[in-house]
Design a protein around this ligand. Sequence first.
Ligand code: PBG
Length: 328
Amino acid sequence: MPFPTYRTRRLRESPALRRLVQETHLTPSELILPLFIVPGHGIRQEIASLPGQYHLSVDQAVTEAKAVVDHGIPAVLLFGLPESKDPLGREAYSPTGAVQQAVHAIKQAVPALVVITDVCLCEYTDHGHCGVVDGERIVNDLTLELLQRTALSHVEAGADMVAPSDMMDGRVGAIRACLDDKGYYQIPIMAYAAKYASSFYGPFREAVQSTPQFGDRRSYQMDPANAREAVREVQLDIAEGADIVMVKPALPYLDVIARVRQSTDLPLAAYNVSGEYAMIKAAARLGWLDEERAMLEALTSIKRAGADIIITYFAKEAVRLLERGAAW
Ligand code: PBG
């Protein structure tokens, strides 16, 4: 029934009609806001590379957590900065680290909020790599024990879920075994399953000073050219015990999100990373993009591709826009 019998424009005539046939809906309940925790007190310092995002000391993180809940956002993802960095990233698994303290304080003050922690060493190592280093090599199996200790320290502090982002082989299974062994069999793991060696992490690395001091992350993070491999990574993480799988970054990898969606019934998260956020912020600042519309369009595209959960620095702003009934 081609034109003139059929006209696609009939259903685009009014805002109400467009709403009626809208296929993808964004809601606050599928968003996760990342937070950056720093040592100290009374600190709420804007991050230069991530305008609108802050380095927060534990007390300020609690205030922010209350605001997150007030927005109807169910979860936060905590990253931490240490007092000092060393080759083995010791503060990552210190019971008195900034993240461990923040987990405890947030769960006390806002128990309804789901507190997820990023499990990785790169914010804590002086060389900036996500694992133990031997010469120029990142040693897989020695790293697993440190990741287990890190995850366990988060859970002992009260974390509701852990999210390993290091991309070492076998880390999901190692963390699962460690948590089960300590009786934490009910704590889910959100695995950064298909995590690419991406330039879009630039603003994040500036925020936590985790740029590798030598080499790059290509021996452990995925090659941006590969999509079949993403499905394999996801299947392996599921076999090791992942409860939620993630594709990261999101926007340059919408095809990967769609592909992974086809391959598993597990909840699928996508990480709208720092570079994706910073590009929209920067272009908007220059007057080259309408920030609000670009944000909603980008987030909706991630959902349309198949993500159930979106981790995004835009979470609070997006909720405010949705409540206003804004659209693209
Ligand atoms: C740690 C980690 C990174 C991000 C999340 N966890 C950086 C990296 O892998 O270099 C990036 C998040 C973002 O860019 O928003 N491994």
